[in-house]
Design a protein around this ligand. Structure first.
Ligand SMILES: Nc1ncnc2c1ncn2[C@@H]1O[C@H](COP(=O)(O)OP(=O)(O)OP(=O)(O)O)[C@@H](O)[C@H]1O
Ligand SMILES: [Mg+2]
Length: 297
């Protein structure tokens, strides 16, 4: 049986532990088309939570667009990506998409033919970088209009939102706020791990995002539910562990989901033969992890 404790990348489906309450809360906020700032230290599971949330929201017929700000070096690339991702979330028909893209003023359509012959519709900026911000606003305005026309709710998730500062800072914040406030068909989640940057953006009266939405501080995964998740997989794999011994893993990992996953992953492999997990093995896990992860450098 494959090791069920995944770490590092995106964790989905049966490998994703708990987060029931957080998921329900975010679902409720997005159904009401609110703005939420999701904040936590690194590796607490924001991106995993958001990706799993998207799957859930899609099942409920909400359109979802996910943007990782990290991936965009300038407003120009952000404007084209945001516009095409939101459009594609709302319109799946390629011909209609291309027609729609042809109607933009600041962006122009870019048709690419993939190696397998399929045509995909994309966008590129038709203007200079100095006009990139107005192109971004045009795209956001368009997303709102399209959602209204389609009678759909659109959820826009912007991950690594504290990166917004790398663009021209306050100007983009003000422009985004005023556009967002005009919208009635789009909910937003802004997610970030630079807590000081995120909180300054939202709590500072002089900043454009001041009280634009609520702050949701993502804590560790609820321990009982997480322990239940770990136990369930261990049982499935034929392993046995005492409940109190399992709790030790959460202590050692400081309740940080990434750490707990890494420890459980190593524990699974280390006890592969005997399938009995003793306290001595648990205490040895950090050393094994240290040795394994060091080897990559
Ligand atoms: N609910 C979960 N179930 C199982 N593993 C999880 C869960 N949440 C997080 N993890 C583990 O933690 C790792 C980090 O999660 P993720 O990348 O979502 O964190 P993040 O808060 O977005 O971090 P960063 O701020 O660095 O972007 C994942 O690769 C996974 O191993
Ligand atoms: Mg992340």
């Amino acid at each position: 049986m494959e090791n069920p404790f995944k770490y590092g990348g995106l964790v989905r489906g049966p490998y994703f532990a708990d987060r029931r309450n957080e998921m329900n809360e975010l679902k409720r906020e997005m159904t009401n088309l609110n703005q939420v700032f999701l904040v936590s230290p690194r590796r607490f599971g924001k991106t995993c939570l958001l990706v799993n949330l998207i799957e859930r929201l899609k099942r409920e017929a909400l359109a979802c667009a996910f943007i990782d700000l990290n991936a965009f070096p300038d407003i120009k690339s952000l404007a084209t990506a945001l516009t095409s991702i939101t459009s594609k979330a709302l319109e799946t028909n390629k011909d209609k998409l291309l027609k729609m893209f042809a109607g933009f003023h600041k962006l122009r359509p870019k048709v690419t033919v993939d190696p397998d012959g399929t045509i995909s519709a994309g966008l590129e900026l038709a203007v200079e970088e100095k006009d990139a911000l107005s192109a971004l606003l045009e795209g956001m305005h368009h997303a709102e209009k399209l959602a209204a026309k389609k009678k759909k709710k659109l959820v826009v998730i912007i991950d690594e939102f504290s990166d917004l500062e790398k663009f021209n800072g306050q100007t983009i914040e003000r422009a985004l706020r005023s556009e967002i406030q005009k919208q009635t068909h789009i909910g937003y989640i802004f997610s970030g791990s630079e807590q000081s940057v995120m909180l300054a953006m939202i709590r500072d009266r002089t900043r454009a995002f001041y009280k634009l939405g609520r702050i949701m501080e993502l804590g560790p995964i609820e321990q009982r539910a997480y322990a239940g998740f770990v136990q369930k997989w261990l049982k499935k794999g034929g392993y046995s562990i005492k409940e109190d011994d399992l709790k030790r893993i959460f202590d050692i990992g400081n309740d940080v989901p990434y750490n707990v996953q890494r420890l459980c992953n190593v524990m699974w492999d280390a006890a592969m033969d005997t399938k009995v997990i003793k306290p001595a093995l648990i205490e040895k896990l950090p050393v094994i992890v240290g040795r394994l992860d060091c080897a990559h450098y």
